[in-house]
Structures are given as C-alpha cells and as structure tokens.
Write a protein that binds this ligand. Structure first.
Ligand code: AMP
Length: 278
C-alpha cells in the first residue's frame, strides 16, 4: 500500500497504471461501512484507491470541521488489511491553495433535505469530488447509500460534466442494533447512543406503515415525528418522504419513495434513510 500526499505525486503514480481504477473518497476515521466500499473497489478493479481528506469547504461555519474525528494511523492499518493499493491523503493547503476560485454548483437537487439545512454543503462536496476525480481518474467511484442525496448530486454532476466513470452505490452498513455506521457516532455518549436508535426505529415504522398500505406521506411523517418526539434526547431537523431521483417531496407514496431523516441526538446531528419500493 502506497500513501501519497501530493497531487503531483499522485498524478505521476496514476500515469503508470494501465488497468482499471476503483476509487473511494472518504473523510477518514474509517468504520466498517467505509471498509466495505474499499473492499468492493479492490474486488472490482485492478487498482483500488481510497482518499482521506476532511474537506473544509463542505462544513458550515457552525459545524464540526475542527473537531471532526481523525485517526490516520488507524485508518491506514484498516486499509492495509483490505489490500488497498493507493491512499491519497492531501492536506487542505494543497487542495485549496491561495487563489483557488472555481466551484462546482449542482442546482435543483441540492436545494432540498441536507442542502436546505446545510447551505453550501453540496457545493463543497461536488467541488472536492470533482477535484479528486481529476486527480485519481477512476473508472468506478464508490459511494454509500447512507448519504442518499450525495449520491443523487454526484450522479448529476458526473452526467452533466460528461465525466468518464461509473458511480457505484453501496448499501448502508449498520451496527447489529440497526444504527447506521458513521464517523460521527463517536460523539455519542452511552445514553445518546441508545437514543440514536430512534432513527432506525422510525425508518422501520415507515416501512411497516407502507407495508400496511398507508400511502399518505403526511400521515407517515406525523407518526415518525410522534415516535421521535417520545425520545427526550432527540430533536428532529427534518423528516422527508421524497422521489428518490428528483428529491421532490411526495404527497402520496406510490412507487418508490426515499424516506430520510436528520435528527439531533444531543448535539450530534445524524442522518439515515431507506427506500420504499414496490
Ligand atoms: P464520509 O467519510 O462520511 O464522507 O463517507 C465516505 C463514504 O462512505 C461516503 O460515500 C459515504 O456515503 C460512505 N459511508 C459512510 N457511512 C456508511 C455506511 N454506514 N454504510 C455504507 N457507506 C457509508
């Protein structure tokens, strides 16, 4: 496994690769969910690349950029076990040098859900992912379903800018009790960790109501809000039932629906989602 920290060095390494490249962009503090993405990238390509970069431009001024968990040594030992070929770990100065002035703004789908409560978030995500794609030049790039809107935004960008790669979506990896794995779970204390289960319970309730033929998005949202409301440590940021492609809110749940949640548990903001499909 080779660890590279500059764009120039990575591009030189890339020029020497003749086979296919599978790429997993991450912000580090890796968990099993990330490991599954890295494993897929390794299994489905000649060369696997993982990037570790806590991207400052996707965090709002009041968000957790400074305290976002970091443990590069542990990350590298996990990736070594997965036989990852290349790790790209640039520092922020190298990604955003003096004079940096170009941004990728995906319109429409970024105005909703995460985009509406985290203004500028997807501009940062799309810009850094476009930059990373230009450096790594992957044939396939792997993203988690956990960040469903991110997948929609990246797919839009790849199509609109004629980027030459396939976006592969990997199912959400969960703890045995159902909590979606996330680097931010480390922020939770014991009571909050227990309370955080309310996200998974709510998504299951949505599925149960849907299976029982409930088709009104408003009624399903009300029931989810009532369930989350019973958990004193939880505070709803949003509950959405939307079209999985346009992310437009649905009044009636007909064919496919993306049920997504953002909930504060204590001070930690967690997101999760499931897709209901007939
Ligand atoms: P992050 O480091 O949080 O930016 O995540 C890097 C990639 O891993 C993104 O494509 C995420 O969607 C994906 N990911 C994060 N958590 C999970 C999970 N629990 N299951 C599957 N993929 C995940």
């Amino acid at each position: 496994m080779k660890v590279i920290s500059t764009v120039a060095e990575f591009k030189e390494e890339r020029r020497r690769i003749t086979g296919t490249v599978g790429f997993v962009p991450t912000m580090g503090y890796l968990h099993e969910g990330h490991v599954f993405l890295a494993r897929r990238a390794k299994a489905e390509n000649d060369v696997s690349v993982v990037s570790i970069f806590v991207n400052p431009t996707q965090f709002g001024p009041k968000e957790d950029f400074a305290r976002y968990p970091r443990d590069p040594e542990r990350d590298l030992s996990l990736l070594e076990k997965e036989n990852t070929d290349l790790v790209f770990m640039p520092d922020a100065g190298k990604m955003y040098p003096q004079g940096f002035a170009t941004w990728v703004d995906v319109e429409g789908v970024t105005g909703r859900l995460e985009g509406s409560t985290r203004p500028g978030h997807f501009r940062g995500v799309a810009t850094v992912v476009a930059k990373l794609f230009n450096v790594v030049e992957p044939n396939k790039a792997y993203f988690g379903e956990k960040d469903a809107q991110q997948v929609v935004v990246i797919k839009r960008m790849v199509a609109d800018l004629n980027m030459n790669l396939d976006v592969v979506v990997v199912p959400t990896h969960r703890e045995p009790d159902g909590l979606a794995m996330s680097s931010r779970n480390v922020y939770l204390n014991t009571e909050e960790r227990q309370a955080a289960l309310v996200l998974w319970k709510s998504l299951n309730l949505a599925r149960q109501l849907w299976s029982g033929q409930e088709r009104s998005a408003q009624l399903v949202k009300q029931q989810l809000a009532a369930l989350i409301g019973k958990e004193p440590l939880a505070r709803i940021d949003y509950i959405s039932i939307a079209d999985p492609e346009t992310l437009e809110e649905l009044a009636e749940i007909r064919r496919n629906a993306l049920v997504s949640l953002a909930v504060y548990v204590g001070k930690t903001r967690l997101i999760d989602n499931i897709t209901l499909s007939s």
